[in-house]
Unconditional design. Structure first.
Length: 249
């Protein structure tokens, strides 16, 4: 049974999570921009949310500048008197991370931008994945809080309070939210996936370390692409909407 063709009006980009692999979408955004393809809406999670905020601030050029600066981010993991397993809810404070990434973000500009931004979160208070738009934020200050919740990796960093609930990075719960994209009046969807959806075949495991590495690779691939891997796709369309996936090679 053929599904109806898309009749939406907005081009949607999905920027998924993928830790350090989040640099991949920078090149993908540059390539698409050179083809005259830019988003009306960005749906983002985890490192993808950081990319989205920087992109909304200054485009691909600012994103490329930011990733040159992000190379020094291992210094973000610092002990904290308040944020530790004994007295808090995390191993580290987010202070160094937010200082590092927000150097490249202008929340007043993002809030006023015609580019729509949606952030995937895990609502710990209600126990479910949720998506919030920048339009759910009264001002740039609330948008900054929403942004921080989007990359608050659970256990490493403390949860962030937003609209009376507690939130963390939603990438582990709903990294590729194709279903949500259908609510955004999409004409087409571009999935800029930092994690490849297919892995090379392995016929033999020579060591325990190699076996564990393969297991982690499969788990990481599955978690990172679950919303895409198990979507009901037909001829590269999701409920009639064309989906173009750009993955690492």
């Amino acid at each position: 049974m053929k599904r109806p063709m898309a009749t939406g009006k907005r081009r949607v980009f999905i920027l998924g999570g993928g830790a350090a692999l989040g640099a991949h979408p920078v090149g993908a955004l540059r390539y698409l921009e050179e083809q005259g393809i830019t988003p009306d809406v960005v749906v983002a999670s985890s490192i993808g949310e950081i990319n989205a905020c920087v992109y909304a601030t200054g485009g691909v050029a600012e994103l490329e500048r930011a990733w040159r600066g992000f190379r020094s981010l291992p210094r973000i993991f610092a002990p904290s008197v308040c944020h530790n397993p004994l007295f808090g809810l995390s191993l580290f404070s987010m202070d160094r991370l937010t200082t590092g990434v927000e150097e490249y973000m202008d929340f007043e500009k993002i809030h006023a931008s015609p580019l729509d931004l949606h952030v995937v979160l895990l609502n710990l208070s209600r126990g479910r994945g949720e998506v919030y738009s920048k339009h759910d934020c009264a001002d740039a200050r609330e948008l900054r809080t929403l942004s921080r919740a989007g990359y608050a990796i659970p256990l490493l960093f403390p949860p962030v309070r937003f609209h009376s609930d507690w939130f963390v990075d939603g990438g582990f719960a709903w990294n590729i939210p194709l279903d949500h994209c259908l609510t955004l009046d999409p004409s087409e969807i571009y999935l800029l996936a930092p994690i490849a959806s297919q892995l090379p075949y392995v016929g033999r495991f020579r060591t325990f370390v190699g076996f564990v590495q393969r297991l982690l690779d499969v788990m990481w691939r599955t978690i990172g692409n679950m919303g895409y891997l198990y979507a009901a796709m037909e001829d590269q369309r999701f409920h009639g909407v064309p989906v173009t996936a750009i993955e690492p090679t």
